[in-house]
Design a protein around this ligand. Structure first.
Ligand SMILES: [Zn+2]
Length: 306
């Protein structure tokens, strides 16, 4: 809400729920209590019903019944004045037709290795809500922004091979919080983002395998992070001026070995204080400014010719 206030927003005209995991829709009832939401966009039915999420989805259905609700498929547009928002993925399907100017052969496809096991959870990859993610490409003048929710490593291949259907991006908000279960070279390196933002937590995202791919992306100017990540340590991160939140005064140099998921695991350190954000302000010519709300650090990125 602080970020919305800072941006001068008094209502949300269109809200895209990428998929029905708690970290993407769990806060929706609280959000809807604080700001009017006029249009809800999603991928359709939940493929992972569970006792923890079903009550939230019943509240969600009550909310969208009162206003407008759209289920999108790849290629659809989300109608926002001044922007061109195109759906790249939804409900397990990816777009088949390249965006204007895109569609060249993707050189990273040749060395792609599909995942049979999720490298984070150790579980066989399958048909979870992550694969259903609504992914979008947004154009504002010459500025291009990509966010694919938690779209998975193997779905990145479907979307980006053999031809790169998206083209190049100015800003890429990373997939799946910067975990190595997404963010393959076929996606990241082919998008050639000038800036990536990782919406990671202290113990979710930022692992060395993901950071190596993100930080070696051709043409990358900067990576900004929502949190310091223990999983990356100081070895696999960026200067603190590019990071919005830290729950601990000191981050060890070495990456932390992630704890086994499950009820026996100590929760990550709580975040009860002020929450800071990364702000992107784009211009029609493709130039943009990124700001860290914690320390006020700003950086300008000029317009480029493609
Ligand atoms: Zn997620």
């Amino acid at each position: 809400m602080a970020a919305a206030k800072d941006a001068g927003i008094t209502q949300i005209d269109h809200l895209i729920t990428t998929h029905y995991h708690g970290d993407h829709i769990g806060g929706l009832p609280e959000l809807a209590n604080r700001i009017p939401i006029r249009h809800f966009v999603d991928h359709g039915p939940n493929v992972q019903p569970a006792p923890i999420i079903d009550p939230v989805l019943r509240q969600y259905a009550e909310l969208y019944a009162k206003v407008k609700h759209t289920v999108v498929k790849p290629g659809d547009r989300v109608p926002i004045a001044g922007l061109d928002v195109r759906v790249m993925s939804s409900a397990g399907e990816t777009v088949k037709t390249p965006l204007p100017g895109a569609g060249t052969r993707n050189p990273y496809c040749a060395t792609f290795k599909p995942h049979t096991v999720n490298p984070v959870s150790g579980q066989p990859v399958g048909n979870t809500e992550d694969e259903q993610s609504v992914g979008t490409h947004t154009t504002f003048g010459k500025f291009r922004f990509v966010y694919l929710g938690d779209l998975t490593w193997n779905k990145e291949f479907d979307l980006m091979c053999p031809a790169n259907r998206i083209g190049a991006a100015d800003v890429f908000l990373v997939s799946r919080h910067g975990q190595p279960s997404s963010n393959s070279e076929v996606l990241v390196h082919a998008l050639r983002p000038r800036v990536t933002i990782t919406n990671n937590g202290p113990r979710k995202g930022g692992q060395p395998d993901a950071m190596r791919i993100l930080l070696s992306s051709p043409g990358l100017a900067d990576l900004w992070q929502i949190h310091f990540s223990f999983l990356g340590g100081q070895e696999y991160t960026v200067p603190g001026m590019f990071i919005a939140n830290s729950e601990q005064a000191a981050i060890p140099v070495a990456p932390m070995t992630p704890p086994q998921p499950g009820a026996q695991t100590q929760p990550a350190s709580p975040h009860d204080g002020t929450a800071y954000w990364i702000k992107v302000s784009a211009q029609m010519d493709g130039s943009f400014t990124v700001t860290n709300s914690r320390n006020g650090f700003m950086k300008d990125y000029p317009a480029v010719n493609r």
